[in-house]
Structure formats: structure tokens, C-alpha cells
Ligand binder design. Sequence first.
Ligand SMILES: [Mg+2]
Length: 248
Amino acid sequence: MGRRYKRVEPNRWTGPLSTIATMIVAFDADDTLWHNEDKFQETHREFEALLAPWADADTVENHLTDVQRANLPRYGFGAKAYMLSMMEAALDISDHEAPPETIREIIRLGQAILDRPTELLEGVREVLESLAHLPLMMITKGDLYAQHASIEKSGLSEYFWRIDVVAHKDPGTYAQVLDRHNIPVEQFVMVGNSVKSDVLPVIELGGRAVHVPYHVTWTLEQVDDDHGHDFPTLAHLTDLPDLLENWT
Ligand SMILES: [Mg+2]
């Protein structure tokens, strides 16, 4: 998959991983490099307004979450899965009274998410520039086609040595990615906004992880605090180069 993207310039990084790079730093994309969940939250509110003739906002939100949770193993992540779950939830909540116009509006809401320009978080380019002496990776989960579109729109692919779009972020998937690129787990650092997807599975595997929270977290990405693991949490991605410099 990496071949689709421009490789890092030779003067930025060359050589076999084990001899030159002390650290391979991988970034999550959605809500770590660019905004994502804010648009989903905005869409939740529009969906609740759309279903207001049949139920209050909390009922709509809770049922939509239940439908999404049940559909995750079928559809995976992303806006297309979200559209299908909104349609199903609308039919459930309205007891099949929702008219075609409601379904049409749900399609429009989903397409608006897909058509959204990729808007980078503040300081992302500067951070990637300052870490360009290391092999950088992007590991993002979700719908393959939509993720590729976001990567293209972001204009960031030139900063990355490898880009992987995966269906899940569990220890097994990370192990496959490390294996595919011959990366020793002791040298691997994952950076992302989700404790559940970006931090805990990597720590479980023996790697290191840095949590950079986004201002909102999707219900199905939330975890309890009693996981018993210690990891650095940064207020902002721009604090990452300093942390990595002093992290042995
Ligand atoms: Mg994320």
C-alpha cells in the first residue's frame, strides 16, 4: 500500500531500520493529524433533529449508538457504515414511518462527511518536519477508500515512510504491521488520540505509546481508566518532539 505514496526524501531518512533509526514513530490520523470526530458529533445533532418527530435527542443518540455497536463487526468503521446505521436507527425509531425524504437527508449527511476537506490539526506539519530524521508511519483504521481519499486531501503523505490503512486496531493487527515492515517492537512508538485503539494494544504488544487526546471521543472509542497502564499524555501534538528527544 505504501507504494502509492511518495517515499520520504533520501536526505530525510535512509538505511536499514535496526542500524540507523533508534525509533520508528507511527501516527494515528483521524483526530490526531486531522479533524474528524467533530464532524460526526455535528452530524449526530442533525440526525437527532431529523428524528425529533418520533423521539427525544437522548433516545435517538442511545439507539444510534446501539445500532452502530451491533453493526461494527459487519461494516467496520467510517462514514459509510455510519450512514447505514443512521438509516437503520431512523426506521427503528420511527417504527418505519420515516419518509423517503428522511432517508434522503441521512444520505446527504453521510456524503457531507465524506466530502469534507481534510483539515489538519494545529502544528501537524511542523511536528512532522521536526521528526523527519526518523522513519515516520501513519496507521489509520476505517474504510479503505475513504481513508485513502483523506490521505490524498491531507497532502501529508510525503512525510511518511509507510502508510497502513487497517480494519481494526488490536494487538494482532499491530503485530502484523510491525512484522510486514520488519520493525522491532522495542523501537516502535505509536501516537494517537484513542487510548483504546492507539495506546493500549501497542503497550500490550511491548511497544510504547503516546496519548494526545482530541476534544471529543466517540462513545465506542471510550475506555475505563482502570486499565492499569502508564503512558505519557500530551496536551498538544507539538509537545511530541521534546518528549521523544528525552525518551530512551
Ligand atoms: Mg484517531
